[in-house]
Design a protein around this ligand. Structure first.
Ligand code: DX5
Ligand code: ZN
Length: 230
């Protein structure tokens, strides 16, 4: 099953509740929350209070992407605040293994991610420890960037690595995803598609139409796959 994880970074924050209700009523059950500290990446976004508030009001799976310099300190706090999945960057100067364990100890699902310029094998030591692998298809830091096409090859390689290692860990892809490339990323192995601007701001913010366009593109990929056979 392919899932969408809409990134609220591109939502109209004045009308956040409305945006979330609209994605929910389209059947989407996951929400991507980009946490940036102005240090690991140049941008500053959301923090713990937003996650606690969302937890009080929605049953959606809260998919928190930490782009911060000190995930060891904050990752467990995001689980306590109500995050379901907490994904950390392997590039952050931290004790990655211990941080992933601390997410699990608090009752969360740990995830690991890397930026497009980081060698793919940086992820490999953590694959057995996580419940989700996020592959960035833009440099972390801002919404609305263009998809980096070499990400398709990286998705295929990661997908192969997981299958030869017999690990059933879903791959999430993040950055520049829209109806124009959704089929390709799914064919390359992605199962969870993060989409910010293509859901919340494209076509004048017509969220329902944007979600339909993304899901239609995914369906095409699947029917193409089934026609081609295994
Ligand atoms: C970028 C963030 C993304 C971003 C995606 O650092 O991790 O989640 O919101 O935005 P779009 O879909 O607009 O590229
Ligand atoms: Zn993200």
């Amino acid at each position: 099953m392919i899932r969408l994880s809409p990134s609220i970074l591109s939502a109209d924050l004045y009308c956040l509740r409305d945006g979330i209700d609209r994605v929910r009523s389209c059947g989407v059950d996951m929400l991507h929350i980009d946490v940036m500290d102005g240090h690991f990446v140049p941008n500053i976004t959301f923090g713990l209070p937003l996650v606690s508030s969302l937890r009080k009001h929605t049953d959606m799976e809260l998919d928190v992407h930490l782009m911060i310099s000190d995930p060891a300190k904050y990752a467990p706090l995001f689980v306590k605040a109500g995050a379901d999945i907490v994904t950390i960057h392997a590039e952050s100067q931290t004790e990655t293994r211990e941080t992933l364990s601390s997410i699990r100890r608090e009752g969360g699902k740990p995830g690991i991610t890397i930026n497009p310029n980081t060698p793919l094998d940086t992820l490999f030591p953590y694959l057995e420890q996580v419940e989700q692998v996020l592959l960035m298809s833009v440099q972390a830091g801002f919404g609305g960037q263009s998809f980096i096409s070499s990400s398709l090859h990286r998705l295929e390689e990661l997908s192969l690595k997981l299958s030869v290692s017999r690990l059933d860990v879903p791959i999430e892809v993040d950055g520049g995803i829209g109806p124009q490339n959704a089929a390709s990323v799914v064919e390359a192995g992605a199962e969870i598609l993060v989409a910010g601007s293509s859901i919340f701001s494209a076509n004048g913010g017509y969220i329902e139409g944007n979600i339909r366009a993304l899901l239609d593109a995914v369906k095409q990929a699947r029917s193409r796959k089934s026609r081609e056979g295994p």
